[in-house]
Design a protein around this ligand. Structure first.
Ligand SMILES: [Zn+2]
Length: 498
């Protein structure tokens, strides 16, 4: 596909020209600016493949910078002027992927890819993905693309941005897909092993709305409360989760056919950074529905750029610590722990705190198995500092100590966004329900409330009278707060750059 985006003058253009001319100063500046993002992308690619050791990440990152410099900086000279960060992240991921392909067979890559994102519901160890065929191929290509993006970890906002749709129409289409999947599954009950009574059909559709992320907050809260008391609903939800896990089936991935080639690197960048417009954009978006490789590349770039948000206010923070925070923010707890320990070994401040947050991330359900390396557990001091208070709060909430959590984050700590979130959740999880409702109402009345805090408040406001936040919703809210906590820690790190 030819690119029809006019190159824009970017502030980095001068820097790139100096790099191309071989100026060492320029290279140093380029590397310093983007080091954390590049290493994070490489670490995440290795982590997701589950095939390579993360200690290869440094060598691979060094390889990336070397490749960039080769042939008079040919790769850099190919960049023509929109978001340099996006472009470098994309090239870094390609470097990691071709390394992985060179060291493994395609079959290995395909089966292990995104395995970490597969459900790992520890309460149901016998529920391994079955051979039951998922009915996704009976849906329209656009529905399939939306569901795959969701499966890759994108929220509905990001899916809307990637596919060029409004958030409302993504929600509506997801609801339609949930309805259609329910019809397809109940039409072949022997395969789906699902009961066909009317009640269960309603619950089946509800389960699909929940995994597809299109159920409104009140419905999610209600379903979580019911799931605590109704094993039948829990069972239906577990089965749907397993079927949903099959939506990422890269064995079916082939390059674009019907005479089209896959989107070029620059097209991918323009699409994700928002500079692509008009007919080029429409054509690229339709290509995403027909080609899983293009869809996969766009999803990865979108997810990788989420990490850049973490680094935004963290200039001067230890590099490995930034990478650890990015891994926490993107649900890669084991990689986060490894990088935080690396930072600890290098004497970085806040490394111990980030290790604790990584351990919390491990222990949230639906995540990776609990870390086996516990020999270097970091103990909490007696009186929490401002930085430790939210960590203690989140640890207490995960372990079920709502009062401990509430006390850890005092009124002063609640002036920070992460503190406000944890104090609200602790109150709603049972410490003080009237206060939780009062706070939630106050937060929802503010037009400028932080989006995460607002989502917490919506969940609290949806609670029936005298009911505490169900554990499922509490853990979902804590997972949503982890990126805030990671960002809070690295922007208050006070470390010298490394
Ligand atoms: Zn393609």
């Amino acid at each position: 596909m030819s690119t029809t985006v006019p190159p824009r003058r970017a502030p980095e253009r001068g820097l790139i020209e100096r790099c191309a001319a071989g100026e060492d100063d320029a290279w140093r500046e380029l590397i310093t600016t983007h080091a954390a993002l590049i290493e994070a992308v490489v670490v995440c690619a290795l982590h997701d493949s589950q095939l390579a050791k993360l200690d290869e990440s440094q060598a691979l990152t060094a390889q990336f910078w070397e490749d960039l410099r080769a042939n008079d900086a040919e790769i850099l000279r190919d960049w023509n002027g929109t978001s340099l960060r996006h472009y470098l992240a994309l090239v870094a991921r390609r470097t990691a992927e071709s390394y992985l392909h060179s060291t493994t067979t395609t079959a290995q890559l395909v089966t292990s890819d995104f395995a970490h994102a597969t459900l790992t519901d520890s309460s149901a160890p016998d529920l391994v993905p079955s051979a039951e065929p998922a009915p996704f191929d009976k849906l329209s290509l656009q529905f399939q693309a939306m569901i795959r993006l969701r499966r890759l970890g994108l929220d509905l906002d990001s899916i809307a941005a990637v596919l060029g749709m409004s958030q409302a129409s993504v929600t509506q289409n997801m609801q339609r897909a949930a309805h259609k999947l329910t019809q397809l599954q109940t039409a072949t009950p022997s395969q789906a092993q699902l009961p066909t009574s009317q009640t269960n059909q309603t619950d089946l559709e509800l389960a699909w709305r929940l995994v597809l992320g299109c159920a409104p907050t009140s419905e999610r809260v209600d379903a979580a409360l019911r799931s605590e008391q109704e094993p039948a609903l829990r069972a239906i939800r577990d089965r749907v989760q397993i079927t949903f896990a099959q939506a990422h089936d890269m064995t079916a991935a082939r390059p674009c056919d019907s005479g089209k080639s896959c989107l070029s690197e620059l097209d991918l960048v323009y699409l994700v950074d928002g500079t692509m417009r008009g007919s080029a954009k429409a054509a690229a978006e339709s290509q995403l529905s027909s080609c899983m490789l293009c869809l996969y590349a766009v999803a990865n770039l979108t997810l990788d750029m989420r990490m850049a948000r973490i680094f935004r206010d963290a200039k001067g923070t230890h590099r490995a610590l930034q990478v650890a925070a990015a891994c926490i923010a993107t649900e890669r707890a084991s990689a986060a722990e490894i990088k935080a320990r690396e930072a600890l070994d290098e004497g970085a401040l806040r490394a111990a705190e980030l290790i604790r947050v990584a351990l919390v991330a491990h222990n949230l359900p639906g995540r990776e198995a609990i870390s086996r390396e516990t020999s270097r557990v970091v103990t909490a001091p007696q009186i929490p500092t401002d930085l430790e208070a939210p960590i203690m709060g989140i640890e207490a909430l995960v372990s079920g100590d709502v009062t401990g959590a509430y006390r850890a984050v005092d009124e002063h700590g609640a002036k920070q966004n992460i503190g406000a979130r944890l104090r609200l959740l602790a109150a709603a999880a049972g410490h003080d329900l009237p206060e939780a409702h009062e706070r939630a109402e106050e937060i929802l009345s503010r037009t400028s409330a932080d989006p995460g805090l607002r989502r917490d408040a919506e969940a609290v406001a949806a609670l029936p009278d005298h009911r505490a936040l169900p554990r499922e919703i509490l853990l979902e809210r804590l997972a949503d707060a982890l990126p805030d906590l990671a960002r809070f820690l690295i922007t208050h790190s006070g470390d010298a750059p490394v």
